[in-house]
Design a protein around this ligand. Structure first.
Ligand SMILES: Cc1cc2nc3c(=O)[nH]c(=O)nc-3n(C[C@H](O)[C@H](O)[C@H](O)COP(=O)(O)O)c2cc1C
Length: 392
């Protein structure tokens, strides 16, 4: 009667979904890092809106189409990737796991995709460049200090990065209550409670003590800092961040970067048109920074709908914010995106399992996309458009 079954004593311990990776990561990380990764700005309305926007769409289900192994390839900035899911820039990745950005980039290459390395990465432009084989993207904040920005651009070019992503939605830091409560302020304040909480997470604490990196590596040589501690880094970052940044600053960068050029953090149709017509971008990342900057901003998928209609054929659109399932990726592609970026999902994988954890999260997206497209009867992501969507 039981022939054909396999038995084991315990259930499969490997997380089966992004949500299960989230739970595993939350168990491993102390409250300080959980606050840094998980929370959004103020009342987190935008954080919720990002997820809510996906729930308002359903997908058509066509049957008997003979769909076998749907095609997942897409071209971003002239580079073919075999999974339309890339890793978004996130600062201080080594707070999740000491292997940080190098592990994320290696896992992305294993999955046939790319990362966008943050300005505030834990591993430097050069370290990640040396550890990888493909041209990844580099994210730059539009520092008003052009000399500093030019230094970063040159370093990225010399280290083989193919695309530049200029993030424009941080003229000031978002108002994140949870981060403040945990002392992620300037300067950082570590309370006894926070320090005690770290001791309850010995795996994380030992990793930090043995191999930890608290600072943003890219600031060390450029800013002349010794080793760039966390507080040095934040001070440095603030010094360069300015509220009076303007389109001219981005145009200046466009002139100096010969490769693919994206603006990240576009949510408004008029801004999208300006970026395409006046700056000549390769593409736009429709993003509200994962709900971490302006609260009460629209869900990013909602913004994608309008932006896709206006500039869809004229620039590559990439969506991020709240992508957690293969079906979310599909909905974004139906509304005009060529690919999506994920932020927190790969940080969950990194925290729970280092490079292999990130690789597994990306594999989960691939498996879900394969299965979902087969169930929809769609043989190629290139065929996805609004006709596949129905309002929920
Ligand atoms: C912990 C964390 C750090 C981030 N740091 C950066 C950054 O340095 N530069 C940047 O452009 N975006 C940064 N972002 C925003 C992400 O690039 C991305 O827009 C966002 O995470 C997407 O939403 P998701 O986390 O729901 O996937 C960060 C996001 C998180 C969660």
């Amino acid at each position: 009667m039981l022939r054909g079954f396999k038995f084991r004593l315990t259930q499969d311990r490997h997380p089966a979904s992004v949500e299960e990776y989230r739970q595993a990561a939350m168990r491993r990380l102390p409250s300080l890092v959980r606050a840094y990764i998980e929370n959004g700005a103020e009342d987190e309305a935008t954080l919720r809106a990002n997820r809510g926007a996906f729930a308002r769409w359903t997908l058509r289900q066509r049957v008997l189409t003979g769909t076998v192994k749907p095609r997942l390839e897409t071209v971003i900035g002239g580079e073919t990737i075999t999974l339309p899911v890339m890793c978004a820039p996130t600062g201080f990745t080594a707070l999740s796991h000491s292997s940080g950005d190098v592990a994320v980039a290696r896992a992305a290459e294993r999955a046939g995709t790319r990362i966008v390395l943050s300005t505030a990465s834990s591993y430097s432009i050069e370290e990640v460049g040396a550890a990888t084989n493909k041209p990844h993207g580099f994210q730059l904040y539009p520092f008003g200090n052009h000399e500093f920005a030019e230094g970063m651009l040159n370093r990225a070019r010399e280290s083989g990065y193919g695309a530049l992503y200029v993030t424009v939605d941080v003229p000031v830091r978002g108002n994140r209550d949870a981060e403040r409560r945990h002392g992620l302020t300037i300067p950082p304040v570590v309370s006894l409670g926070t320090a005690l909480n770290c001791t309850f997470h010995p795996g994380w604490s030992l990793d930090l003590l043995r191999n930890g990196r608290l600072g943003a590596a890219n600031y060390a040589p450029t800013g002349g800092l010794r080793g760039a501690t966390m507080s040095d880094t934040i001070t440095q970052q603030n010094r360069f961040m300015q509220t009076d940044l303007h389109w001219d600053d981005v145009a200046w960068m466009r002139d100096r970067w010969k490769g693919a050029f994206y603006i990240k953090g576009i949510m408004d149709v008029e801004d999208a048109v300006h970026a395409v017509e006046k700056i000549g971008v390769t593409g736009l990342v429709v993003s509200n920074h994962g709900g971490r900057q302006m609260d009460s901003a629209q869900g990013s998928l909602d913004a994608l709908g309008a932006i896709g209609r206006e500039v869809g054929g004229r620039a590559e659109l990439i969506l991020d914010g709240g992508v957690r399932r293969g079906t979310d990726v599909i909905k974004a592609l139906c509304l005009g995106a060529k690919a999506v970026l994920i932020g927190r999902p790969y940080l969950y994988g990194l925290a729970a399992g280092g490079e292999d954890g990130v690789a597994r999260v990306l594999e989960i997206f691939r498996e879900e996309l394969d299965r979902d497209l087969t169930l929809m009867g769609c043989p190629d992501i290139g065929l996805l458009d609004r006709s596949w969507l129905l309002p929920a």
